[in-house]
Design a protein around this ligand. Structure first.
Ligand code: PGA
Length: 232
């Protein structure tokens, strides 16, 4: 097994693939440096390419001690519609992560305490919703929020209806890491893919820091990396 180096980046990757490669490399570096690191992992369309890269590297990366925390999870959905299933399908089953090191908030009364007992999160990768949400912290979520149940915005439900066949099948409720949970991570990366995220990313990174645009709270963090496949 060659755990010294990840394969070089393909020369003809698209811009978003290239950013995903960069994140995958960062994750690989963190895992190498701290084999039992704690990661906060997103779902949705944004991280798909990053997970694709990571699962092509099983022989380069040892996940056996890595702790993986999903950022959020739906309530009241079929097992194959859960984010746990998504992460299992797109990442976990392809790498040597131990299932005893995989955590999701629906299974714990106090997710934040669990994260604390694991030594805190080392790195969270985030996408951004078109309404400025991060994880399922919808507009209006206060800065001082820890893991909590959240009602989903209509715009979030609409954005995710393709995964459920129709809007009425999209759940109304989820559990999500709060803004404080996210900000307590040692490092954060926000990845925005696609023109539809341009305006909201601009607003989050240059407008007022406020609960109407939850992603704006990320600017409080000292170690935030923002990656977008468009100029903003
Ligand atoms: P997406 O969702 O990656 O499917 O665009 C991002 C989000 O809602 O956080």
């Amino acid at each position: 097994m060659n755990r010294g180096k990840v394969p070089p980046q393909d020369a003809d990757l698209t811009n978003s693939e290239s950013l995903s490669y960069k994140i995958a490399e960062t994750l690989a570096g963190i895992i190498r440096q701290k084999p039992n690191c704690a990661l906060g992992l997103p779902t949705g369309r944004t991280p798909l390419h990053c997970y694709r890269i990571l699962r092509e590297w099983p022989e380069f990366l040892d996940w056996s001690q890595v702790r993986c925390f999903s950022l959020d999870e739906y309530f009241d959905v079929e097992p194959e519609q859960t984010f746990g299933h998504y992460l299992e399908t797109h990442l976990y089953r392809h790498v040597n992560v131990s299932r005893s090191n995989v955590f999701t908030a629906v299974q714990y009364d106090n997710y934040d305490e669990l994260i604390g007992r694991c030594g805190g999160l080392d790195y969270i990768l985030l996408g951004i919703g078109r309404n400025g949400h991060i994880a399922f912290n919808e507009p209006g979520t206060p800065l001082d929020s820890w893991t909590h149940c959240a009602w989903l915005d209509e715009s979030t439900r609409m954005a995710n209806q393709e995964f459920f066949g129709s809007l009425e099948n999209v759940p109304q409720k989820a559990v999500t890491m709060g803004i404080r949970t996210i900000l307590s991570s040692r490092r954060l990366a926000l990845l925005a893919v696609g023109e539809s995220k341009r305006d909201v990313l601009n607003l989050a990174m240059t407008g007022p820091i406020c609960s109407e645009v939850p992603a704006s709270f990320l600017r409080i963090h000292e170690h935030l990396e923002v990656l977008a496949d468009f100029d903003w």
